[in-house]
Design a protein around this ligand. Structure first.
Ligand code: NAD
Ligand code: ZN
Length: 344
């Protein structure tokens, strides 16, 4: 079969032919119908050889949707031909976090060498993919594969982040979304669907801000040195009860800290890695700062349900597997508005 692989540190991913996978005991083989392109993959492909955590070659793709093609020995609960989404943050399934469906925070995954598809295990950017356990499959329930596949990360990750802050997003509150790309433009829709908050979007691209408005942002501002003042002014000096930073670089975390209201939440989702100092005098009083990872299995169910209700719709552009390297090039250049989806 064809697969998109990251093969050499520092080089672009390549479309190659690899053996068709066969499901072992407990595994499920999917015929992939759609695979999402995430900015995290670009970060992975920028890691230096010394700290690169996975074996190469690596088949990319941690957002996957497909139809069940074959079942390994002992698998029950799904049948061939069923359309499913893949819950990506695989865990051990039995530790205290996994028992709550929070496999994204599995206590044993690192020790056991369990990696998500596309982030260590062979991913969804291939004609077929292996899913390690049937519990990592969620029925699509009639959703279109292209529309659904970004929800497994670009939907689930902001959903998990926003859910933590729901008690603060009361009427008359403000939520700020920094970076309105793949994750950010879904975050805006989730905020609109789940909260009465005024939603303010910041981005460096005029085109992304246009999409932000289209999907429901009440106000948009360029993400520059004046952005924090603009949000403060808009909120009568109070600031935002919740700030979601989908970039995580020094200027955006600084803005996030500056626009937070007293007792507000700052959630840094983007993996830019810039620190935000928390000591006395650095932030308004009692601001909580957190950096979450992906979401729980139950939350994926909830996001898909929300999409079925029509409350969330991802802006997508599609590419063939042969053109997948081009999708990554365009994402790297900031030219994808919404989410790129590969059709293997
Ligand atoms: P994307 O490229 O689709 O979107 C990023 C957006 O940020 C773009 O619209 C870009 O114009 C904008 N941007 C860049 N610099 C900016 C700045 N200084 N101010 C404001 N906006 C700026 O990327 P994506 O796939 O949506 O991913 C977003 C981030 O989230 C990435 O860092 C990715 O690695 C990370 N991520 C984290 C998790 C997690 O679990 N924590 C999961 C998925 C993705
Ligand atoms: Zn991702």
């Amino acid at each position: 079969m064809k697969a998109l692989q990251y093969r050499t540190i520092g080089s672009a991913p390549e479309v190659v032919t690899v053996p068709d996978p066969e499901p072992g005991p407990g595994q499920v083989l999917l015929k992939v119908t759609a695979a999402g392109v995430c900015h995290s993959d670009i970060a992975v492909m920028e890691w230096p050889a010394e700290s690169f955590p996975y074996a190469l070659p690596l088949t990319l793709g941690h957002e996957g949707v497909g139809t069940v093609a074959a079942l390994g020995a002992g698998v029950t609960g799904v049948s061939e031909g069923e359309a499913v989404a893949v819950y990506g943050p695989w865990g051990c399934g039995t530790c205290a976090k996994c028992a709550q469906g929070k496999e994204n925070y599995c206590l044993r995954a690192a020790d056991l060498g369990i990696n998500p598809p596309g982030l260590g295990s062979p991913g969804s950017m291939a004609e077929y993919m292996l899913v390690d356990d049937v519990r990592h499959l969620v029925p699509l329930g009639g959703l279109d594969p292209v529309a659904a596949v970004p929800l497994t990360d670009a939907g689930l990750t902001p959903y998990h982040a926003i859910k933590r802050s729901l008690p603060k997003l009361v009427p008359s509150s403000t939520a700020v979304v920094i970076g309105t790309g793949g994750l950010g433009h879904v975050a805006i829709q989730l905020l609109r669907a789940l909260t009465p908050a005024r939603v303010v979007a910041l981005d460096v691209s005029e085109e992304k801000l246009e999409l932000a408005r289209k999907v429901g942002a009440h106000e948009v501002f360029p993400s520059d040195a004046r952005a924090a003042d603009a949000v403060r002014e808009l909120t009568g000096g109070i600031g935002a009860e919740a700030v979601f930073d989908f970039v995580g670089v020094a200027p955006t975390v600084a803005t996030a800290g500056k626009v937070a209201a007293v007792e507000g939440d700052v959630t840094i989702v983007g993996i830019g890695g810039a620190p935000l100092p928390v000591g006395f005098g650095h932030l308004p009083f009692e601001v909580s700062v957190t950096a979450p990872y992906w979401g729980s299995r139950g939350e994926l169910d909830e996001v898909l349900a929300l999409a079925r209700s029509g409350a969330v719709s991802v802006h997508t552009e599609t590419y063939s597997l042969d053109d997948a390297p081009l999708a990554y090039e365009r994402l790297h250049a900031g030219k994808i508005n919404g989410r790129a989806v590969i059709l293997p």
